[in-house]
Design a protein around this ligand. Structure first.
Ligand SMILES: NC(=O)C1=CN([C@@H]2O[C@H](COP(=O)(O)OP(=O)(O)OC[C@H]3O[C@@H](n4cnc5c(N)ncnc54)[C@H](OP(=O)(O)O)[C@@H]3O)[C@@H](O)[C@H]2O)[C@@H](O)CC1
Ligand SMILES: [K+]
Length: 504
């Protein structure tokens, strides 16, 4: 698990480390600079004589990190220059102290430095203290760094990127790599910040979980397959691994049902039954002979049969789809995944009563997982798409509260949350997954995990992670251009069976 922190959280953890744990600020700054120096030395020590480093320093402690780095590199024999940007009169105390020390080292600090004479550019203008759009001399400095040749390293956060949202405030430094201190900032993994950050390295500078003092970060992600998958007992039979009911595919939309059913099987569900339009029967049975078939008339008895239910992929918004949704809500209390047109139906004026019933069922303990993309989310919350994109975690939370369920708010960086507790931000996946049917696969994955007895939040988080990971594997085979939803389904669990973590 990797924490993703906001600027405010990071400042609090800094403060707690200094004031409560008793590690002085200058020690933290020294460790930050040492980590940055190590990072550069790893790449440039072999060509030290030819390496010329130019550090752009602002007047806050991010600039202070830059000054300390300049001193360390100069002491180590590198050619280093510092360009000050801002008024040193307004600098922080730590900055001033670093500046005084720097005077004893061979570092060029006049303003005549030409960025194109240097082959390493370090951005130490702003870190988590960025508080407004970058303009004037600061924007000019960012522009000069961006057009310069050479390797570009950002300290803590690329200047101009909002640490909390990843948004560009005015303009931003385009880094090859970012070395970030203590914890990864949210803005380094959210778009577009992640594209500006380049490769992100997290440096331990002495600010750890001890500094939380009961206030742990509100967001996290997973970097690898460290999650818990459902136990798989070797003596299990198909009943052990769950009976999953999938209501999907109106006439002509059999593909959505096939994709979701395949994904549920690939994730480990014991049995998958698909309720779909009569016209889809033949193609469904050819497309996925492993699945059981049921017509819409058999829905009530199938609800009895099922352990878990998903509804939505390709169902459309016609009367039959509405009838199916009504039955799924009114005749069952089993764990339920709502996707696609099931969500659109709930957002319609005459879906409000059903939404109200679901809200009550959620309050009474029914497991409800909603998987809207931003368009569906905007309809459900009566907000614009840009609003939903801008405030995705908050919108996810609002949806989770509305249904007392788990929200999977899908975008390039999907958010998963409950009514309370942390936000999971997913960092697996790629642009190849922005393809028709990809959402249907995700519904199947979550359904498959639920069928095996996983709780709602774990099924949603792990489902989103696995789906993204499968997309990465599919892109290795087909490139991001060539990935189709069926490839994602077929790549599910591909790299899992060798891993110890499967057995956790
Ligand atoms: N605590 C510690 O010991 C440790 C801290 N560490 C480091 O400290 C960094 C945080 O330092 P920080 O809090 O001083 O903020 P920082 O990012 O330097 O920026 C503040 C300055 O920028 C200015 N400013 C802001 N926006 C602006 C704009 N648009 N345009 C122009 N000016 C703007 C703002 O000016 P003001 O708003 O006051 O006018 C102020 O001068 C952190 O990212 C990490 O690198 C590490 O060494 C680990 C130990
Ligand atoms: K920076």
């Amino acid at each position: 698990m990797r924490y993703l922190v906001t600027a405010q959280e990071m400042k609090q953890y800094d403060k707690n480390t200094i004031e409560y744990l008793g590690i002085p600020g200058p020690v933290l700054m020294e460790r930050a600079a040492l980590a940055a120096e190590d990072f550069l030395k790893e790449r440039f020590d072999a060509v030290k004589e030819r390496t010329k480093v130019l550090i752009f320093a602002g007047m806050g402690n991010n600039g202070g990190d830059g000054l300390a780095l300049a001193r360390l590199l100069a002491a180590d024999g590198y050619t280093v220059a510092v360009r000050l940007v801002g008024d040193p009169e307004k600098a922080t105390e730590q900055w001033k102290s670093q500046w005084q020390t720097l005077q004893h080292f061979p570092v060029k600090t006049d303003s005549n430095t030409q960025a194109d004479e240097y082959n390493v550019i370090v951005d130490a203008l702003f870190g988590v203290g960025l508080s407004r759009p970058v303009e004037g001399i600061y924007a000019e400095a960012v522009e000069e760094m961006n057009v310069a040749e050479g390797f570009k390293l950002a300290l803590d956060v690329p200047s101009g990127i909002c640490s909390d949202t990843g948004r560009v405030l005015g303009c931003a430094f385009l880094a090859d790599a970012t070395i970030t201190f203590g914890f990864c900032k949210r803005g380094l993994v959210m778009y577009p910040g992640t594209d500006y950050a380049g490769q992100v390295h997290i440096a331990n500078v002495g600010i750890g979980p001890e500094s939380f003092l009961g206030q742990s970060p509100e967001m996290y992600t997973y970097d690898s397959c460290e999650q818990h998958l459902p136990d798989r007992t070797s003596s299990g039979n198909k009943g052990t691994f769950g009976k999953a009911l999938l209501v999907a595919g109106s006439n002509g939309m059999a593909g959505a049902a096939i994709l979701a059913a395949r994904a549920a099987y690939r994730t480990g569900a014991g049995m998958v039954k698909v309720i779909t339009a009569e016209e889809n029967r033949q193609i469904l049975q050819q497309g996925i002979p492993e699945a059981l078939y049921g017509s819409c008339r058999q829905l009530s008895e199938s609800l009895e049969w099922a352990d878990v239910i998903a509804i939505g992929p390709g169902i459309g918004r016609e009367e039959q789809a509405r009838e199916c949704l009504k039955k799924v809500v009114e005749k069952s209390r089993k764990p339920l995944v709502l996707d696609a047109d099931a969500l659109n139906l709930l957002a319609e004026e005459n879906g409000k009563a059903l939404a109200e019933k679901l809200h009550t069922q959620g309050a009474e303990g029914r497991v409800i997982i909603l998987t809207p993309h931003v368009g569906e989310l905007s309809r459900l919350l009566a907000k614009t798409i840009p609003e939903c994109k801008k405030e995705l975690p908050e919108c996810g939370r609002e949806l989770a509260e509305r249904f007392h369920g788990v929200a999977v708010a899908k975008d390039a960086r999907t958010i998963v949350c409950k009514e309370q507790g942390e936000f999971y931000l997913n960092t697996t996946g790629n642009s190849g997954m922005a393809t028709a049917g990809s959402g249907d696969v995700l519904t199947g994955v979550i359904l498959g995990l639920l069928a095996q007895g996983m709780n709602a939040i774990d099924a949603a988080v792990n489902g989103v992670y696995l789906h993204g990971r499968a997309g990465e594997l599919a892109a290795k085979l087909h490139t991001e251009y060539g990935v189709m939803a069926g490839d994602i389904a077929d790549c599910l669990m591909k790299d899992y069976d060798e891993k110890e973590s499967v057995k956790k």
